[in-house]
Design a protein around this ligand. Structure first.
Ligand code: CA
Length: 699
């Protein structure tokens, strides 16, 4: 009897110890223990390193990597294929990730079989407010719940088992302004924090924290001050306001939106966020007497219990080049000058690689990881960049500046490998002539940057005296292995369009490319060990996990985002259909299916309408300012995923005005432009397009 009781007790305790937690159970304990089999945050671990210690796939067998499965993640809102940018989270054999608009997928990570899908009801017209496509940069999974921000501004908490909504909160303070959400939420202590996007459109950035379980709003941290006469929401804003002209253009909002990957150090109880660029970009329109304009382009440590700032570091005071500091934040403990330091690393757009003490915010080092001409160096005593002639205001004449507005590194995650001690950055050096418009007036809900950036190369001819050699005008890019301790490059691979986010394991670096390849490099040398052609442009960073002892590597594939505005003719989507896919690989896997080839669309016969030649030039200018960002150029040069407007059908010509001014195709993502364009503007665009179609048809 005694024996039986003991056995029952033993059995009961085994059952309770191994009691199955609900699906998607990630908590602080599990995260701190870093179970290697799983990928628990967007960055894989608590430090957001985009690194996994899994080493079944390694330098000696990487050439055997092949196709395991794929999932068709075709966008179900609107009719345009959108970019995929998130890194999937994998826990207990289930993969959770997000696609465009804030759609969430739960898949069997071994087979790719769909478990559930959450489709938010987003008005497709919000796509127009998204400077850089209706993308979503990922989710958070915590204690059985999945958190996602939708493009139209809601933070949604989903049940991890069923995908049903537990709570849904409107995170926007003003729906008349150009806010969107493309950023991932981040869990810190008992809250989930979410930022927003829209700085180009003239908004005032902030992040908001909600109770993980109930969704109750806990705090809101404003990033830039509002009009002083209305008072300040916090001490931080009162302090920040001293760095703005009291007569600033408060109506435009200032920008500073936080839309990148954040990080949380549970031991220090600090939540780290990166903040974005200004609007309008020219400070002489924004804060006429200058000033640092805190907290633009900054890294901020926040106590998640009360939303108070603990420290801040501004990377680009008085920001005028779209130099966001929203690039992914990576934490690590490393030996610097004989001491182990708890550091935070970022390679923001401005071209400097920063290493900060993450407990105090002390700047430990900052060096150029790419070509930089706006500043000579960062003064470690003051923490401030020292500006060059090219870094002066481009007020009276345009300035040739590198990095361009897309930065030396943008949202595609960099990874840190503690085994090699290197950071792997998708780096690029692109020069741009910054040219401001002669006047600026705020307009609701449209681009308010006040700079002429419709074609970044167009103004080169205006600044011959600033071009010292042909190299000053060239674009380059690389997969850059950076030593954060010595602040030097270890190696760099420039061939093969190495522009996707990176993921590393002890011996390897994984990276997709816009040209449709998924590459595996030796982490120590950069040598390419394997290259798999998918036919789909890959921007997102991969994830890796192990199920039943077998290691998988998975990545979201589909081109889009701001990248498509760069018109790079080697992009896969120019030749292959821009399929939205999640592709998984494993050792001994098969051939990877390639996206089908695009069928060329012939130019339809233009309608028999007499073209008003006198309107063509005006139409071309308006097209360039309002339409080209999405629709791109025409015919052979049409490298956009949005329709080529030189191929309009007869029906579309008939309703052209209604499309632009009444939003009759809003459900496809083509917004109503009636608050920015007048009927005569639309007629001019139409005449320009008719003329283009006639020219191309006759060819
Ligand atoms: Ca921006």
């Amino acid at each position: 009897m005694k024996k039986l009781v003991y056995s029952l007790w033993l059995l009961a305790s085994i059952i309770s110890c191994t009691e199955k937690k609900p699906t998607g159970w990630i908590d602080q304990d599990r995260l701190s223990k870093r179970a290697a089999a799983d990928w628990l945050t967007l960055g894989g671990n608590e430090q957001m390193q985009h690194y996994s210690p899994l080493n079944h796939i390694n330098a000696s067998n990487a050439q055997d990597l092949g196709f395991a499965w794929e999932y068709d993640a075709t966008t179900i809102i609107g009719n345009v294929p959108r970019g995929l940018e998130a890194t999937p989270i994998v826990v207990d054999g289930i993969m959770y990730t997000s696609g465009a608009w804030g759609v969430v997928y739960a898949l069997d990570a071994k087979t790719g079989k769909e478990i559930w899908i959450y489709k938010p009801e987003v008005d497709a017209a919000y796509a127009r407010r998204a400077c850089c496509d209706a993308v979503n940069r990922g989710i958070a999974v915590w204690e059985g719940n999945v958190y996602v921000g939708t493009l139209d501004g809601y933070l949604v908490c989903l049940d991890g088992t069923t995908g049903t909504i537990r709570w849904r909160k409107d995170t926007f303070t003003d729906r008349t302004k150009g806010y969107t959400i493309t950023s991932p939420p981040h869990v810190a202590g008992s809250i989930v924090m979410i930022g927003n996007s829209g700085a180009e459109y003239g908004v005032r950035g902030y992040v908001t924290a909600y109770d993980l379980k109930t969704g109750e709003q806990k705090w809101r941290f404003w990033i830039v001050p509002g009009e002083p006469k209305n008072g300040y929401e916090s001490e931080e804003m009162e302090m920040a306001a001293k760095t703005w002209d009291p007569n600033s253009d408060w109506q435009t909002g200032g920008g500073g939106t936080s839309w990148g990957e954040s990080a949380y150090d549970a031991e220090l109880n600090l939540l780290y966020i990166g903040t974005g660029n200004s609007t309008p970009y020219p400070i002489w329109y924004r804060s006429p007497s200058g000033g640092d304009n805190l907290f633009l382009s900054s890294i901020i440590a926040i106590n998640p219990d009360n939303g108070k700032m603990v420290w801040y570091y501004q990377t680009t005071p008085a920001e005028i080049w779209d130099y966001t500091a929203t690039q992914n934040i990576v934490l690590a403990d490393m030996d610097i000058a004989g001491k182990t330091r708890k550091v935070l690393m970022m390679a923001p757009k401005n071209g400097f690689f920063y290493v900060l003490d993450r407990a105090t915010g002390e700047l430990l080092s900052a060096e150029k990881y790419t070509k930089v001409n706006w500043a000579s160096h960062v003064d470690l005593k003051t923490g401030r960049p020292v500006l060059t002639e090219q870094g002066q205001w481009y007020k009276d004449k345009p300035k040739l500046v590198v990095p361009y507005l897309g930065g030396g590194h943008v949202w595609q995650p960099m990874s840190y490998n503690p085994n090699t001690g290197l950071v792997y950055i998708p780096e690029r050096a692109v020069p741009q002539v910054f040219k401001a418009f002669d006047t600026y007036t705020y307009r609701d809900d449209v681009d308010n940057t006040a700079i002429d950036y419709s074609n970044m190369y167009k103004f080169m001819k205006n600044v011959p005296e600033q071009i010292k050699s042909a190299e000053d005008t060239l674009r380059s890019e690389s997969l850059l292995a950076w030593n954060p301790v010595t602040q030097q490059a270890a190696w760099k691979v420039s061939e093969g369009a190495p522009d996707g986010g990176t993921m590393s394991t002890p011996e390897l670096v994984f990276q997709g490319t816009r040209t449709g390849y998924f590459n595996v490099h030796d982490a120590k040398t950069g040598k390419k060990l394997k290259s798999i052609f998918t036919g789909t442009g890959i921007m997102a960073a991969a994830t890796t996990y192990s199920i039943d002892g077998e290691q998988y590597v998975a990545v979201m594939a589909a081109y889009g985002g701001a990248e498509t505005a760069a018109y790079l003719p080697d992009a896969a989507f120019f030749e292959y259909e821009n399929k939205q896919r999640i592709i998984a690989f494993k050792l001994g896997g098969g051939e990877t299916p390639v996206s089908p080839r695009r069928k060329p669309i012939p130019t339809p016969a233009p309608p028999n309408i007499k073209i008003k030649k006198e309107l063509i030039a005006k139409g071309a200018a308006i097209y360039e300012a309002y339409c080209e960002t999405c629709h791109g150029r025409f015919g052979d040069q049409h490298l956009s995923q949005h329709p080529d407007l030189s191929k309009l059908t007869e029906t579309k010509h008939l309703v052209f005005n209604d499309i632009v001014l009444k939003g009759i195709l809003a459900q496809n993502g083509m917004a109503n432009f009636s608050n920015s364009l007048h009927e005569d503007d639309v007629e001019a665009i139409h005449q320009f397009l008719l003329n283009k179609q006639t020219e191309l048809y006759q060819k």
